[in-house]
Structures are given as structure tokens and as C-alpha cells.
Design a protein around this ligand. Sequence first.
Ligand code: ACO
Length: 336
Amino acid sequence: MKDFESFRQEETGMSAGIVGTGSALPARVVSNQELERLVDTTDEWIRSRTGIESRHIAVEETTTSMAVEAAEKAMKNAGVTADEIDLIIVGTVSGDMHFPSTACQVQKEISAGNATAFDINAACAGFLFGLAIADAYIRSGMARTALIIGAETLSKLTDWSDRGTCVLFGDGAGAAVVQKKEEGILSIAQGSDGAGGGALTCRDRENSNPFMTQAMMNTDPDHTHMNGQEVYRFAVKTVPVIIEKALEKAQLGPEDIKFFLLHQANIRIIEAVARKLGQPAEKFPTNLQKCGNISAGSIPVLLDYVHQEGMLQKGDKIVLAGFGGGLTFGAAVLIW
Ligand code: ACO
């Protein structure tokens, strides 16, 4: 057990930052043309309405196996050992088990015995919310080295006969190692709108205990339901506002930012946010074309891509921004 009190004394007030990234995608790639054979849709409809061309779908992989692969790559990239990890947070809505949590399963697989591990459900904003918790833990001295993962197997929550949703989602995981850093996370702004949560839902297994009447029971597994237009309006309205709020806290303007890494749900949402912020589309890298919407995995998978491609230089200022079921939304401003 670590003596948290001792390093709270030493290190309170330190800033936290991302020091390594990793990602994992399933081997099976499913094209829009394959979906044309499953439901009444076309490649042209999917591309023009969403920007998505293909997605990775888990066949052999699980949420935990992808989370572990992404975590191991992030640790290698950061140059940290499993023993150093003292906090593991997994953002997911599609873990393999109700319990143990995905985070505890990752802890076991990577042998990070010194860590406190738990999952959070903030849907597509899960990675950002996890980053906010890690930032608070590190700044307060409660943790030194955190592993933040967004991991999803949305394909198991998808109704593969519903053309309105099955074309949108993909599976995968992304991870980041967060440690104290002189300059790292400059600001985070977050929010939730529970009242709007009905726009994007997936019910859990319902209660069917022996004290209920047969008529009360509904044990059919549920799938993802979405009011696409409502989610679209929510995203286009909320994401620019939360980004501006985070920028204001960091005392920066959008022109100071090299890249805006947004949740990869729909190219039209990303383009609308860019317009509202008055920034060129080139500042908004995307991978939704090849990954679809990976919910909590979306931002860290994109961040790892941008990092591995060498697009980030030390000192670059970037924004991460997500929105999703809950409804949840958030943005972080970082110095790389
Ligand atoms: N192929 C062909 N036609 C389709 C498909 C499809 N895959 N899906 C829906 N349609 C049809 C509809 O049935 C409808 O037909 P109708 O006019 O005969 O009734 C027509 O296309 C228009 O449907 P809309 O839902 O109005 O289409 P819209 O232009 O709004 O696009 C979309 C739908 C892409 C879902 C859009 O609303 C959107 O991007 N919403 C944002 C939500 C989002 O990105 N969600 C991702 C998950 S949420 C998250 O990540 C948190």
C-alpha cells in the first residue's frame, strides 16, 4: 500500500498531463457495403450523413482484451511499469461483466497490484470524465501515475436490424498514462443533462425476481436507441460552448489551439463545431471514416493516432472534447 498522505504533502498543486498513449482495434473490418447486405441502407447514405466508411467489429476481442492491449501500449509508450500505476479508470458502457469492473480486470491482466481501479459510465464522454478524475487525484496527491482507458464493444449493444443505429458504431479501446507534469492539463470543463437522457438509451437486464408477477417481467435484452436529430442538435449546441468554457478557464482562445480532438460521432457535427468556433477544418483531425463511433474509446484512439503519426510536438496546445449518452459533455485543454 502506498502512503498517500506523504505524497499529498510533497506534491499538492502539481499539474497533471498525458505522458503516453496506446490503442487497440479489432481485426475484423466491416465496410458500408457489408451493411448494405444486412439492412436497407447504402454506402452513399452512410458516407454523406455521417462520414463513416468502415468500422472495426469485435469477433475474437472483448472489452477487457482491447483495454489491456491499449493499456500495455500506453505504458510502453510512457516508459512506466505496472508497479508504478496507482490509479486505473476505465470509461465504458459495454464491459464484459457487471462485476468485477473492467478496470479491475485490466489491473489483474497487467499485474498493477498497487492501483485503485474502477469504471465510470459517462458514455462517449467517459475518457474525458476519467481524465478529469485523474487530474484531480494527481493534483491532490492521491495518485502519481494513472491509467485512463476508454474501451467499448458497442457491437453487442447494437440492434443489427436497425439501420438508424447499426451503421454508426464501432468497437475499440484507447488509453493514456497520466502523471504529474509541469505543464499538462490546463483546464477541464464538464457538464451533464440528465433531463435530456432519453435521447440515447440502452436498458439493462430488467428485474425478474420471484416476487414480481409475470406481467411485470421483461427479460429481453435491450439495444441502443437513439433520437439522432435530438443528439445532433445537443452536440452542435453544447460542444462549442463547453470548449469555449474550457478555453476561457485556460485563458486561451481557439486560435491558440493546434488541434481539436472531438468525439468521433459524425463528420457533420465536427464541421459544425469548427464553424461555430471559427476554426479551419484542418485543425480537427478525424478517424471516424475508418472507426465509426467508439463511444468512450473514440477520443483516446484518435489521440493515439495523432500522437503516433508524429503530429504533436512538445508545447502544442490541444483540446479534447466529448459528448454522449446521459447526456454528458466535457472539454479539456492540454499542453502536450
Ligand atoms: N440508411 C438509409 N436511410 C436511413 C438510415 C440508413 N442507415 N438511417 C435512417 N435512414 C432514413 C430514416 O429512416 C429517414 O427516412 P424517412 O425520411 O423515410 O423517415 C431518413 O433516413 C432521415 O432520417 P434522419 O434520422 O432524419 O436522418 P439524419 O439526417 O438526421 O441522419 C443521423 C441520421 C446520422 C443519425 C444524424 O441524426 C446524426 O448524426 N445524429 C447525431 C447523433 C449521433 O451522431 N449519434 C451517434 C451516437 S451518439 C453519441 O455518440 C453520443
